[in-house]
Design a protein around this ligand. Structure first.
Ligand code: FEO
Ligand code: CA
Ligand code: CA
Ligand code: CA
Length: 594
């Protein structure tokens, strides 16, 4: 494939060949090398014990880097020699984290393990350092900003649903103070320097009654047990318990954390709605209000946008409240080609594009519900039902959605949708196996209510899926790509896409791909790296001016077992202090020039 040199960027590379899904290796382009910055179990604090999978404890895990890394940012300080690394820990893989429990009936041991899982989730904030700009980073044990946020950290609820009856429990009669965050998937870093994190698959941590329409819309079946076992000893994870029937209503939000202040209380913003939040990415509108784009990652769920009431200011303290007040919208897409030309096979309609226009339908205006039959609190806690009521467009699993800082155009990753049967021009492939990426252009300003859109990529391996589409670029020249999940931009405005699901759909390990958006190279998808066996590529951060790329490697070897691991990433049997040679370890990796 052709040599890629992003316009004005400084990260030239020869695309790598796709990596077979049974290969357990982290693969980078010729001329680059890689190294983990931090791995599951590495101590953030000097009072944490050396990581030992056979002797793990809840107290140790609460002082160590967590499991299953997802959203990532690397925030250098002005000197360029110090900074902070922020990373979400989405979930745990009990089957590969530890040896099997000798006596499954041992309740004390089950609780001990459950408490390790509580401490392994949430987020890590850790200081990093290096000798010079452009050199690889090391993390700092006992850095003054180091912090673990876990399933027991106290969060403040903000916005109109805070304090409402829908979020009160026996332990929190005020409905304002929530212990923990769950399912932290993608996220975003705000212009004022805070981290937003999406609470995605929170439903899996509760034993549900699922006997109300509201419960059913967030959890399709009445699961009576959880994989973590929390419901067996901590009543707040048992949604059958009348004292905690509202506990699930306290998860499924966008959380905001100030990585510069380890003593700050993190917050959950009810004004941004409650669903399986993939993440949120903020851009400042022409008039100074801030706009956040947000996906609800479920088959046939929706794309949302939040517009703040107040404008960004020079006061960081005031900006910390921007996401507590504003209006929530949900997207409705309209195609411009006859329905009969949308065949479900990916064949382009006669106008040559899957494209059209759309509207942002308000769910709240001036902070109040505008959905007939819904109070404001109901809109913000049962957001999916409110969006159903206004006729939003059912999408193919909206994952990361991010505005380009260069153009303001918005890029929406739709990862796949096995349940796609009713077709529309924005979701035009039956059973959408490989996913697609939509490019949206706001047509009434960034905070406005109308947009245009077109499908940028219909993913797949062109050798197998002949109707895959890459913005018109010759498909025989692109890297095969499947199941887009996270998106990012480099300094030149090129899009980068990371994937989750390539092994089971196109037979290759997941990876990170450059997608130029302008000029003759538009749509020329080129693979930069591949993650190890059974891993997902998360949190790409592109510091192209330094020739550096950072990714989080999530769930390496998740198809294996503790006794028979399928991945030994990232230590690969090397025996160094803190290594666990037979256990895969989710990690944050830096890629830099060799
Ligand atoms: Fe956790 Fe939607 O990916
Ligand atoms: Ca069209
Ligand atoms: Ca994701
Ligand atoms: Ca995913």
């Amino acid at each position: 494939a052709a040599f890629a040199r992003p316009v004005n960027g400084s990260l030239p590379f020869d695309p790598i060949a796709p990596v077979n899904r049974f290969v357990d290796d982290f693969v980078v382009p010729s001329g680059y090398t890689w190294q983990p910055i931090i791995r599951w179990g590495d101590p953030l604090f000097s009072n944490a014990p050396v990581f030992d999978v056979n002797a793990q404890t809840p107290a140790a895990q609460a002082l160590q880097f967590g499991y299953n890394s997802d959203y990532l940012d690397i925030l250098p300080d002005p000197s360029g020699k110090t900074g902070v690394l922020v990373n979400n820990h989405e979930y745990c893989n009990p089957g590969i984290m530890f040896p099997p429990q000798a006596d499954p009936a041992d309740a004390a041991e089950r609780q001990r393990r459950g408490d390790i899982f509580k401490a392994a989730q949430g987020l890590s904030i850790v200081e990093i350092t290096r000798r010079r700009t452009g050199q690889p980073w090391s993390y700092v044990v006992d850095g003054t900003r180091n912090r673990r946020i876990t399933v027991e950290t106290v969060f403040e609820l903000t916005g109109p649903a805070a304090g409402s009856d829908l979020v009160k429990t026996a332990a929190d009669p005020e409905g304002r103070w929530v212990h923990g965050t769950l399912g932290n998937c993608a996220g975003g870093t705000t212009p004022w320097g805070t981290i937003l994190s999406g609470e995605e698959n929170f439903n899996g941590y509760f034993a549900w009654a699922a006997d109300t329409p509201e419960q059913k819309r967030y959890q399709s079946s009445a699961s009576r047990s959880t994989e973590t076992g929390w419901d067996t000893y901590d009543p707040r994870f048992n949604a059958h318990d009348p004292a905690y029937v509202n506990e699930p209503n306290r998860f499924g939000y966008i959380v905001e954390i100030d990585p510069q202040d380890p003593n700050s209380m993190p917050r959950k913003h009810t004004a941004m709605g409650r669903f399986k939040h993939e993440g949120a990415n903020v851009i400042v509108a022409e008039d100074g209000r801030v706009v956040a784009y947000m996906g609800d990652d479920e088959r046939n769920d929706y794309l949302y946008k939040f517009v703040s009431k107040n404008k960004i200011s020079g006061s960081r303290k005031k900006n910390l409240d921007l996401l507590s007040e504003g209006d929530l919208y949900v997207a409705k897409f309209a195609g411009n080609s006859p329905a009969g030309e949308i065949t479900g096979t990916g064949v382009l309609p006669s106008d040559g594009l899957f494209d059209g226009s759309g509207t942002w339908i308000p769910l709240t205006q001036n902070g109040q519900s505008v959905v007939p039959g819904f109070t404001t609190e109901q809109v913000l806690v049962y957001t999916r039902l409110a969006a159903d009521a206004v006729g939003a467009t059912k999408m193919d699993r909206p994952e990361d959605v991010e505005p380009s800082p260069k153009t303001g155009k918005v890029y929406l990753a739709l990862t796949n949708n096995s349940a796609r049967s009713a077709l529309d021009e924005a979701n035009p492939v039956t059973g959408n196996r490989y996913g697609h990426v939509i490019e949206m252009t706001e047509t009434a300003g960034q905070a406005g209510t109308t947009f245009g859109w077109s499908i940028l990529l219909l993913c797949g391996d062109p050798a197998v899926f002949a109707n895959s589409y890459f913005a018109g670029f010759p498909r025989e020249l692109v890297s095969p790509i499947s199941c887009p999940d996270n998106v990012a931009f480099d300094s030149a405005g090129n899009l980068w896409v990371s994937t989750d699901g390539a092994p089971s759909t196109i037979g290759y390990n997941d990876g990170l791909f450059l997608v130029p958006l302008e000029g003759a190279e538009r749509g020329h998808v080129q693979q930069f790296l591949a993650v190890p066996r059974e891993a997902e590529t998360c949190g790409p951060v592109i510091h192209d001016r330094e020739g550096m790329v950072f990714v989080a490697v999530q769930h390496p070897g998740e198809g294996g077992s503790f006794a028979a691991p399928t991945s030994l990433f990232p230590d690969y049997g090397r025996s160094q202090p803190g290594d666990a040679p037979r256990t895969p370890r989710p990690s944050v990796v830096q890629v830099y020039r060799a």
